[in-house]
Design a protein around this ligand. Structure first.
Ligand SMILES: Cc1cc2nc3c(=O)[nH]c(=O)nc-3n(C[C@H](O)[C@H](O)[C@H](O)COP(=O)(O)OP(=O)(O)OC[C@H]3O[C@@H](n4cnc5c(N)ncnc54)[C@H](O)[C@@H]3O)c2cc1C
Ligand SMILES: *[C@@H]1O[C@H](CO)[C@@H](O)[C@H](O)[C@H]1NC(C)=O
Ligand SMILES: *[C@@H]1O[C@H](CO)[C@@H](O)[C@H](O)[C@H]1NC(C)=O
Ligand SMILES: *[C@@H]1O[C@H](CO)[C@@H](O)[C@H](O)[C@H]1NC(C)=O
Ligand SMILES: *[C@@H]1O[C@H](CO)[C@@H](O)[C@H](O)[C@H]1NC(C)=O
Ligand SMILES: *[C@@H]1O[C@H](CO)[C@@H](O)[C@H](O)[C@H]1NC(C)=O
Length: 605
């Protein structure tokens, strides 16, 4: 390998092995170079460096290691909501969803949501990232500039059934040496019907690789799965770093309460202290960082931790009894997410679908035995074998009255996800029948929501309002997406297989009926982003600078999905890894500059 995977902030030369602590009283030091909040990937594959830094990573939840449902891809839907690995957040009543309250899951364990998500690996489009570069004033966020970071993350793993994937993925756009495996799933009998449809209906072109920068079209789903098992930031970065050559300390089962101001630095408040505790009544501990605190608690918790630390809308902080230190009204604002609805079709088949695994214990046991003995079979899949990204035509009447929020021609307005079974959020799973679902999602949404404090108590969950579909254009796009799903299902390729529309979908025919169906049946696809958005240096809006440092502070960076200035028209894990890769590079650069400055000062008379 030309590149060595190292935990960026650590010495490759260090002989001290990393250690995992499950109790804050066991942590051996009170001072580290860096303290990372949240068990997320902020590591990098960079060439080895001589720099030797001590890092403490603090994660609220347990280790991912040995958790069976985390490892088996098909069991991803068992991991949340309302489990021991979930934060158990729920939303406020959603105005755009008939005032429904939804579960808002996010992983609470090493690896964060990358350990509980559905593993779909989509990078976003060229236009998504070029828009980031434009609105942040930093060309480093452009699609082309991010190329080495995208490639450093991944390698392509073979599909478990060994089928020939030529023409189903383009290896030239992917990395070869990165620690995270991505793969295509086993072939399913419905795959051929989806690909035949792309040849029969020109509005649904086949796209060999939706991760090339141009997302538009339908193609095979790449997933963060290798050897039939989930890969995550914990399996690919944290655990290997702990067990090899690093001087990393990882503290689990411990929640960060707030970040502390430790003084001033170049006239700005410096935040280099962290307070944490294992439980609401547990002892409170403090550690300090000589260099930086890296806040990686995710798009829901990172803004909460900032606000608890006195960084946010000063008026709102005072209302909660918190003394404001930095008045940054954008903290927690600009929350973006993708609404999704499962559109269910009935099928006429004698071949088992995923529905059978849920109902037939004999089949489920056989599938499990196959997974355990050979890492093969249906349990190696997550949800969709194929998916697609599509645009509403530019001349659509929708955009006569509304702004087009998509980033450009390589970015979609909506997504189609093809699922070999019943997949709904509100309709109960029926006792009989086999199904095919075409889920539709609005992926360049106009709606904006927020994360606000419920109280100044760090153990109270924040108030989550993603505000899904509270917006006429998003509903209109969802309506068009459902019509597109119907045209797709009506292609000759499906004759004799799809026999009709199931229940609520069948009843939704007029615009008004479709809108009612959408508001009644949509939910989040679990992609919160934008709550600590990047904005140019010196801008009065935004929370972080383009180098991810928190505006108006020293010693503090945010590295997670909250920094997205606009949500990507994609699933959000791959873009978050890319943010983390570039962040690692920026942090190392800053450390080297800092070291040079100190050396210069030492030799200066
Ligand atoms: C059910 C589900 C399915 C998903 N499916 C997909 C998918 O198929 N494909 C895809 O691309 N994306 C998917 N996503 C989204 C993707 O996983 C996230 O975008 C990605 O993980 C980045 O999330 P994040 O930055 O918000 O932080 P997270 O991944 O949520 O990580 C935050 C971490 O910080 C920890 N933490 C939070 N607060 C504290 C605190 N106070 N103290 C200590 N630790 C703390 C958390 O426990 C967690 O480990 C899914 C998400 C969910 C929840
Ligand atoms: C979420 O709910 C589950 C089920 O009640 C529980 O076991 C778990 O501890 C809860 N998580 C948190 C963070 O409270
Ligand atoms: C700060 O919060 C207050 C109270 O919610 C609100 O009225 C005000 O508009 C916010 N300030 C900014 C700049 O958003
Ligand atoms: C359950 O699955 C087994 C194994 O595939 C099969 O032999 C059996 O017929 C199935 N039972 C039902 C009720 O479908
Ligand atoms: C169901 O499939 C069978 C055999 O493949 C076929 O004979 C029958 O016509 C199909 N029924 C419908 C409603 O398409
Ligand atoms: C709304 O969802 C419920 C299931 O929770 C279903 O019974 C009802 O038919 C749905 N209504 C519409 C308009 O889709």
């Amino acid at each position: 390998m030309s590149f060595r995977t190292v935990l960026l902030l650590l010495a490759t030369l260090s002989t001290v092995y990393g250690a995992l602590y499950a109790d804050p009283s066991d942590v051996p030091r009170t001072v580290y170079d860096y303290v990372v909040i949240g068990g997320k990937p902020i590591f990098s594959s960079v060439q080895s460096t001589d720099a030797q830094f001590r890092v403490l990573l603090i994660e609220a939840g347990p280790s991912n290691k040995g958790l069976f449902d985390v490892e088996v891809p098909f069991f991803c839907t068992n991991l949340s909501p309302g489990t021991s690995l979930d934060w158990n957040s729920t939303t406020t009543p959603q105005a755009g969803l008939s005032e429904r309250v939804m579960a808002y899951p996010r992983g609470r364990l090493l690896g964060g949501s990358s350990s509980t998500n559905y593993m779909i690996w989509t990078r976003g489009s060229k236009d998504d990232f070029n828009r980031w570069a434009k609105v942040t004033g930093d060309q480093g966020w452009s699609w082309d500039a991010l190329e080495p970071f995208r490639k450093a993350i991944e390698h392509i793993a073979p599909p478990v059934d060994g089928h020939n994937t030529a023409g189903d993925i383009d290896p030239s756009v992917h990395g070869t040496d990165g620690p995270l495996g991505i793969s295509l799933g086993e072939s399913l009998s419905t795959d051929g019907m989806v690909t035949r449809t792309t040849r029969q209906l020109s509005e649904f072109p086949f796209n060999v690789d939706m991760n090339s920068g141009n997302t538009i079209g339908i193609g095979y789903t790449q997933s963060s799965i290798s050897d039939g098992t989930r890969d995550s930031s914990a399996t690919a970065y944290i655990l290997p770093a702990l067990s090899t050559h690093t001087s990393l300390d990882v503290l689990i089962n411990t929640q960060v309460l707030k970040i502390l101001q430790t003084g001033t630095d170049s006239g700005l408040p410096a935040f280099r202290g962290v307070q944490f505790a294992a439980s609401p009544n547990g002892r409170v501990y403090t550690v300090h960082a000589t260099k930086e605190i890296i806040l990686s608690a995710g798009a829901v918790s990172s803004p909460q931790v900032l606000m608890l630390s006195g960084i946010g809308n000063a008026t709102e902080l005072k209302t909660n009894g918190i003394t404001p230190i930095v008045d940054l009204p954008d903290v927690g604002q600009n929350l973006q997410d993708h609404p999704v609805i499962g559109n269910i079709f009935t099928v006429n088949t004698t071949t088992p679908t995923f529905d059978d695994i849920q109902r037939n214990a004999t089949l489920a046991a056989a599938d499990l035995a196959e997974w355990e003995s050979a890492r093969k079979g249906p349990l190696t899949q997550s949800t969709s074998a194929l998916l697609g990204w599509l645009r509403i035509p530019d001349n659509s009447p929708i955009f006569a009255n509304h702004i087009d929020e998509s980033a450009g021609p390589t970015s979609a307005h909506y997504e189609l996800l093809f699922i070999d079974g019943f997949s709904a959020s509100v309709q109960p799973f029926p006792a009989t029948g086999r199904f095919f679902t075409i889920a539709t999602a609005v992926v360049s949404p106009s709606a904006r929501g927020s994360i606000t404090l419920a109280s100044a108590d760090s153990f109270d969950l924040p108030i989550v309002n993603p505000n899904l579909l509270d917006n006429a254009v998003d509903v209109a796009i969802m309506r068009e997406a459902i019509r597109a799903a119907r045209r797709f299902a009506a292609a000759p390729a499906w004759a004799g297989y799809i026999t009709g529309e199931y229940s609520d979908l069948a009843a939704a025919q007029t615009d008004a009926e479709i809108d009612a169906y959408v508001r009644n049946g949509s939910r989040t696809i679990f992609h919160p982003a934008g709550t600590a958005r990047m904005a140019p240096f010196g801008a009065s809006h935004g929370v972080v600078n383009p180098d991810l440092t928190v505006k108006g502070t020293r010693g503090l960076r945010v590295v997670d999905a909250s920094v997205f200035p606009f949500i990507t028209a994609s699933h959000t894990q791959a873009p978050t890894y890319v943010v983390a890769e570039r962040a690692a590079h920026l942090i190392l650069q800053a450390a080297l500059v800092d070291t040079e400055r100190r050396e210069h000062e030492l030799v200066a008379p």
